[in-house]
Design a binder for this molecule. Structure first.
Ligand code: SF4
Length: 696
């Protein structure tokens, strides 16, 4: 149906899902795009947070990009261009760079908010149209630690291997580094039973809004969660809560882990973490005596240079209690970005091919190359991880051009000052955006693309459920989809158009075949099944398969069907405090903003509520450093400094300050964060660095 701007493309009122986080709340959007209401859907039951209610504002925002922008040379201003001119300009430059420096001279940076179709086609575009190994995405900064730990322990990574509604039956839930009351408020309804039963435990250095609901709040020093989890495992064994029948029947490797945990008695853990021994024992007792219990981790405990080991330590504790793979109990990681789950399954990651296949697996390469109609030997191998890719930009061996989709790395990458220098050293920076983000502001070419309600595509929520977001509104004139952009570039790089379809359903049909037989098998998911409202959690290996809402009930993903304990040691943060930098800084989110804030800072209602960066400081710490509540201060680390308004909060630890990371310019929290990387996942240490406070 042909419609004008501001009229519905499919119906008088369209059912869709929120464009922001991985809870993917069900919502309806009305004819002008600004009328949003929650609808009954299992994850939100009609509830939305403030971001969801106001999501329509961006559809009609005056900041919306509607024409490509092009900068002829560095230092020149961005000027409007037409699509053909901008596509020709980029393709010509890419061809020249590849001819001169080779295929890896072009890099791609994707995002965890992209639909499955975009993530899939982006990976294919990199490997087939460009032949580059240099592709990674911002999910590396989000879920990579949890994903790697999940694969080690369970042989598969699905954030929640059970429906989120199962949590509603639990009488005990431990949240490690998760502030869901602020980041995804409708999620709190799933914790009500545990809260009412006195079984909600929150592990966080801050007394967050979520911790306010908890029966027990454990406040470890930043970077010591691994030691805390080792200690809880120790208590589980010492106090008789270990499930030995489960250990014998469903796991391997407990003895080696116990050899380490045996020396982490509660008083030693208290000395390292600051969590009282009595509180440690209480936490284990609550979980050990619960009928149905869960342990859930999120970024607070994962975004560390020892993030994989830390999550492994939580899983070890959880396995000792016998929770994973048991109906009504379990372990899970709370995915953050809207398609943080699907975005890590279909090939925009440096080491990955669709279906959660490994790019260095010959059988995987042969299968995917067969679907793509290319020689397996033509596919590049693994590339650099996200921060390593950014760090290499413009260097003799690194990419000379970068194409960015769905990410605002100038604000969201760690050590952001250095990343900005690397971006500035490129021969060509290209972005696809719907508003002029901080990254797009410095690009050579910006393509204006559609957003959620203006395009078709699938998302995979935090519970592994594949959702269809159907186009509800026509896009403004001059705007195209990311898929059409990729097709336009691919054709100019000599590819047949049919190899890079611009229709989402056609891309998904190919994704189904490419993922068939993989860990994340979508071959049985179809748009028609999703349109009919089927709840399909992957794997779905056939069109007559009902999906897999609960993984691991019959066995884990390893060949022996057992979960593996992974021995891990506590080493502490990568950077220690000293006389010059005597405080720990940790970063996180506020309810009104999403990720780098590029979108939510443009929504007046959200920006009015949280217009600027702040630093939470204990009043005694503020006095010690001569900073005052309500005044501006500078937070200085070994890499840079950030300006933020002081908020004195008596419940935060004396040795810790907290900053949100949504703000640009001199208020970028990532100017101070530490890019020390996890050896396995390559996750940067966003959540702890050494700083001092200076009055501004
Ligand atoms: Fe729901 Fe998340 Fe959207 Fe808020 S941001 S409405 S919690 S999906």
């Amino acid at each position: 149906m042909k419609t004008g701007r501001g009229r519905l493309a499919v119906a008088t009122r369209a059912d869709t899902h929120c464009p922001y986080c991985a809870l993917q709340c069900g919502m309806s959007v009305d004819a002008d795009g600004a009328g949003i209401s929650g609808r009954d859907f299992p994850t939100n039951r009609g509830g939305l947070c403030q971001k969801g209610w106001t999501a329509g504002a961006l559809l009609t925002s005056p900041h919306r990009l509607t024409t490509p922008l092009l900068r002829e040379r560095r230092g020149a201003p961005l000027r409007p261009a037409d699509w053909d001119e901008a596509l020709d300009f980029v393709a010509t430059r890419l061809r020249a760079l590849r001819a001169r420096h080779g295929a890896d001279s072009v890099g791609i940076f994707g995002g965890g908010g992209l639909t499955n179709e975009k993530a899939y086609l982006l990976g294919k575009f990199a490997r087939v149209a460009l032949g580059t190994s240099q592709i990674d995405y911002n999910g590396r900064f989000c879920m990579s630690a949890a994903a790697a730990a999940g694969i080690k322990a369970f042989g598969a990574d699905r954030g929640l291997p059970f429906p989120v509604t199962d949590l509603g039956e639990a009488d005990a839930v431990l949240l490690a580094g998760a502030n869901v009351s602020a980041t995804m408020p409708p999620f709190m309804r799933h914790l009500r039973a545990a809260e009412a039963a006195g079984g909600l435990i929150v592990v966080d250095p801050r007394r967050t809004p979520t911790a306010e609901h908890a029966a027990l709040h454990l406040q470890p020093a930043p970077g010591t969660d691994l030691a805390l989890a080792l200690g809880l495992l120790h208590i589980a064994v010492a106090d008789g809560h270990a499930d030995y029948a489960y250990l014998a029947g469903r796991t391997t490797g407990f003895d080696e882990v116990w050899r380490i945990a045996a020396s982490w008695w509660p008083e030693r853990v208290e000395a390292v973490t600051g969590v009282a021994a009595a509180d440690q024992r209480a936490a284990v007792r609550i979980l050990g005596e619960a009928r149905r219990a869960y342990v859930l981790t999120a970024r607070g405990t994962e975004q560390h240079a020892k993030g994989v080991d830390t999550v492994s330590s939580w899983i070890n504790f959880c396995l000792t209690l016998g929770l994973p793979g048991r109906e009504g109990s379990g372990f899970g990681c709370l995915t953050g970005q809207g398609n943080g789950q699907g975005g890590r399954e279909h090939g925009q990651k440096a080491d990955q091919l669709p279906g959660y296949r490994k790019i260095d697996d010959p059988a995987a390469r042969a299968h995917v190359a067969g679907v793509w109609g290319v020689d397996p030997d033509s596919l590049p191998g693994p590339g650099r991880s996200a921060y390593e890719l950014l760090d290499a930009l413009g260097t003799p061996s690194g990419p000379k051009a970068l194409l960015v989709f769905g990410s605002n790395i100038a604000v969201s990458a760690p050590n952001a000052g250095h990343v900005a220098e690397r971006l500035a050293s490129l021969d060509l920076l290209v972005t696809a955006d719907f508003v002029l983000s901080e990254t797009s502001s410095s690009a050579d070419v910006v393509f204006p693309v559609t957003q959620w309600a203006e395009e078709d595509g699938t998302m995979t929520s935090l519970e592994g459920r594949v959702l269809l977001r159907q186009r509800a509104l026509d896009a403004p004139e001059g705007v195209r989809t990311d898929l059409a952009l990729l097709q336009g570039l691919a054709v100019r790089l000599g590819q047949p158009a049919v190899r890079f379809p611009a229709e989402a359903e056609t891309v998904f049909e190919e994704l189904r075949r490419a993922s068939a037989g993989g860990i994340a098998d979508y071959s049985g998911v179809t748009y028609d099944r999703l349109r009919a409202g089927e709840a399909l959690h992957w794997p779905v290996p056939g069109t007559d398969h009902p999906g897999t809402p609960r993984m691991f009930l019959d066995g884990f993903g390893h060949p022996d069907r057992r979960a593996r304990f992974v021995p891990v040691e506590h080493t502490g943060p990568a950077e220690r405090v000293d006389d010059r930098f005597p405080l720990y800084a940790t970063t996180g989110r506020v309810m009104q903003h999403y990720q780098s804030g590029a979108q939510t800072r443009l929504v007046p209602e959200l920006n009015d509520a949280q217009p600027e960066a702040f630093v939470e400081v204990n009043p005694d710490t503020a006095e010690r450093f001569g900073v005052q509540d309500g005044q501006w201060a500078t937070v200085v680390s070994r890499r840079g400094e950030v300006r933020a308004r002081v908020r004195c909060v008596p419940t935060i630890r004396l040795d810790t300050v907290f900053l949100p990371f949504h703000f640009p310019g001199a208020q970028r929290a990532n100017l101070i964060t530490n890019p020390a990387l996890d050896p396995t996942s390559r996750m940067p240490e966003f959540k702890v660095c050494a700083v001092r406070l200076v009055p501004a």
